[in-house]
Design a protein around this ligand. Structure first.
Ligand code: UDP
Length: 239
């Protein structure tokens, strides 16, 4: 008998860096297959899944901008990088027997469908996974903000932010062995304790729209599924 998930519809934010694994850039085939495996476990529970994918493994706008490149141009390059990741993810999902669609916030009709809210919602209802590429389509934003935005637009129950660490800690767990993971905390507590959960724009959007966020590790086997089943995993940031 299948256990009952806590959420009907989720928005998963995957950073581009998650796709690199131990490599220094690009997409690691084994790692992407592993991530798709984690997502598949949740799809099999009947949960509707939207995914926003980052691009940091290929291009991050801020670094070239810092060294003199026009920031907006660098950001458009960053958004294009997220589309590459979106295509790679869709391909890996198809190979794993999942049905996925890519929608891009920047028009590139030969490569991906444009983002159309109603169409994306329809795909989700049909049980198809929707991968949102090109972030928000605007420079000066991040894919965390895109994830908050699309999650809210889709009426998702929660945003699940996949990171390398399995939650939000009182201190950097890599540097401080006494650091403790928060099971849950409010948006206001996160601000008061100066905890870096997401960039300020994404954070404000979630808080204003009362869109809960769960931070979890995509590299811990079965963690995504445990989150969806409401088990003690990761950190919930709520209103
Ligand atoms: N980006 C942007 N607008 C967006 C989303 C992303 O300009 O709405 C650009 C920005 O340059 C960013 C890059 O795309 O550095 C990659 O996205 P992000 O850094 O969020 O990826 P991640 O850290 O999740 O891999």
């Amino acid at each position: 008998q299948t256990p009952t998930p806590m959420y009907r519809r989720i928005l998963v934010k995957l950073s581009g860096e998650a796709l690199m694994g131990e490599d220094s850039y690009g997409i690691n085939r084994k790692v992407i297959e592993q991530i798709v495996g984690e997502i598949k476990q949740v799809a099999e529970l009947g949960v509707q899944i939207g995914v926003v994918i980052g691009g940091g493994n290929i291009f991050r706008g801020i670094a070239p901008a810092a060294s003199g490149m026009d920031r907006a141009t660098a950001d458009y390059m960053g958004m294009l990088a997220t589309v590459m990741n979106a295509l790679a993810l869709k391909d890996a999902m198809s190979k794993a027997g999942l049905v996925a669609r890519v929608q891009s916030a920047l028009a590139m009709q030969q490569v991906a469908e444009p983002y159309v809210r109603g169409k994306a919602m329809q795909y989700l209802e049909e049980g198809k996974i929707v991968i949102f590429g090109a972030g928000t389509g605007n420079p000066f934003f991040t894919t965390d903000t895109a994830a908050a935005l699309r999650g809210i637009e889709m009426g998702a129950d929660v945003m699940l932010k996949a990171t390398k660490v399995d939650g939000v800690y009182t201190d950097d767990p890599k540097k401080n062995p006494d650091a403790v993971r928060y099971q849950s905390l409010t948006f206001d507590e996160a601000i008061a304790r100066n905890l870096k959960v997401m960039d300020a724009t994404a954070f404000a959007l979630c808080r204003d729209q009362q869109f809960d966020l769960k931070v979890f590790s995509i590299f811990k086997q079965g963690a995504l599924k445990r989150v969806v089943l409401g088990e003690d995993e990761g950190t919930l940031v709520h209103c």
